[in-house]
Design a protein around this ligand. Structure first.
Ligand code: HEC
Ligand code: HEC
Length: 254
């Protein structure tokens, strides 16, 4: 019953209340037939969702990502660190970081290397005293290509834009071998001999392995990629011309 003593506004509110109550409390029927009907309709919508999901294509690199998660992630990190790792954290790393793999490696290298992995570092990873025994796990060509496609998609935001023409520059060789003594830590070919130290990765085979733009970005700011590493920052010692000559020289090493 509507109370006639109330103001028109309140009357309006009352009638709305009555209406809302009607809407929000529909008559609940518990007859088994209605229950079966609603169960059937839930089943039907689930079937539609499931069938639709069969037609949504998986991302092209999904297979590679699964292989990586299962077989590689314990040793290779794919997340960019948000701070400099502590010495302990750095020493616990079991392999080089992969979060910038797509910027660092030349197209084709990862897949080739994984099918026939030859040591890149002369020393065991993270050791200054123990020589590497090699023995990195190898993959068959299908798995290697899948995982390489996934890793090639991981790009770094720290890349600098530059154009480098790989070339055996005399200036680059001079800086590498004499001026800055890079080969104190990196092996390289001198004539027919392989010379240099084992603290850093070999730079033999760089022509097939590393993108010149990445080498440039790395030497300018090694800390952006390997935040706790014996690789010194030479950026203040190298003019732009000298740096480019050095990168051009490293980029042709076979
Ligand atoms: C037990 C740890 C371990 C596992 C597991 C492992 N790696 Fe490695 N990986 C290493 C180490 C250590 C190196 C450095 C080898 C060297 O320098 O000779 C390396 C090197 C690499 C390199 C060359 C990179 C470079 O710059 O030296 C690639 C690419 C790579 N691993 C990919 C993979 C993939 C893909 C998987 C999984 C299928 C995998 N790794 C599993 C430890 C591991
Ligand atoms: C004191 C030793 C040391 C010296 C000297 C040194 N490096 Fe390095 N360099 C390293 C180490 C160690 C790494 C590996 C970084 C890591 O993975 O933590 C490295 C990494 C690199 C890389 C990347 C290679 C890769 O596969 O990841 C390049 C390129 C490089 N150095 C170039 C140079 C150049 C050019 C010079 C001279 C101007 C130089 N380095 C001098 C220790 C050194």
């Amino acid at each position: 019953m509507i109370n006639l003593d109330k103001s028109p506004l309140l009357l309006y509110k009352d009638s709305m209340l009555i209406r809302t109550k009607k809407i929000i409390s529909p008559k609940v029927s518990s007859s088994p037939w209605v229950l079966i009907q609603s169960a059937a309709s839930v089943l039907a919508s689930l079937t539609i969702i499931f069938t639709a999901s069969l037609f949504i294509p998986a991302p092209a690199d999904a297979g590679g990502r699964d292989i990586f998660t299962a077989e590689c992630a314990t040793c290779h990190s794919i997340t960019r660190p948000t701070r400099r790792p502590t010495v302990e954290e750095a020493l616990n790393e079991k392999g080089p970081a992969m979060w910038y793999a797509g910027s660092k490696y030349k197209e084709g290298f990862i897949s080739r290397w994984l099918q026939d992995p030859k040591p890149i570092r002369g020393m065991k990873y993270n050791s200054l005293t123990e020589k590497s025994e090699g023995g990195h796990m190898a993959l068959d060509s299908k798995e290697a290509e899948e995982v390489a496609a996934y890793l090639q998609g991981l790009k770094s935001p720290d890349m600098l834009e530059v154009e480098i023409k790989p070339k055996a520059t005399v200036r680059g060789r001079f800086i590498f071998q004499k001026k800055l003594g890079c080969y104190g830590c990196h092996t390289i070919r001198r004539g027919s001999r392989i010379v240099g130290g084992l603290t850093g990765p070999t730079l033999l085979g760089t022509a097939e392995r590393l993108n010149p733009e990445w080498i440039y970005s790395y030497i300018k700011n090694p800390g952006a990629f390997t935040p706790r590493s014996p690789m010194p920052n030479y950026s203040k010692m190298l003019s732009e011309i000298k740096l480019k000559a050095l990168v051009a020289y490293i980029s042709v090493q076979k």
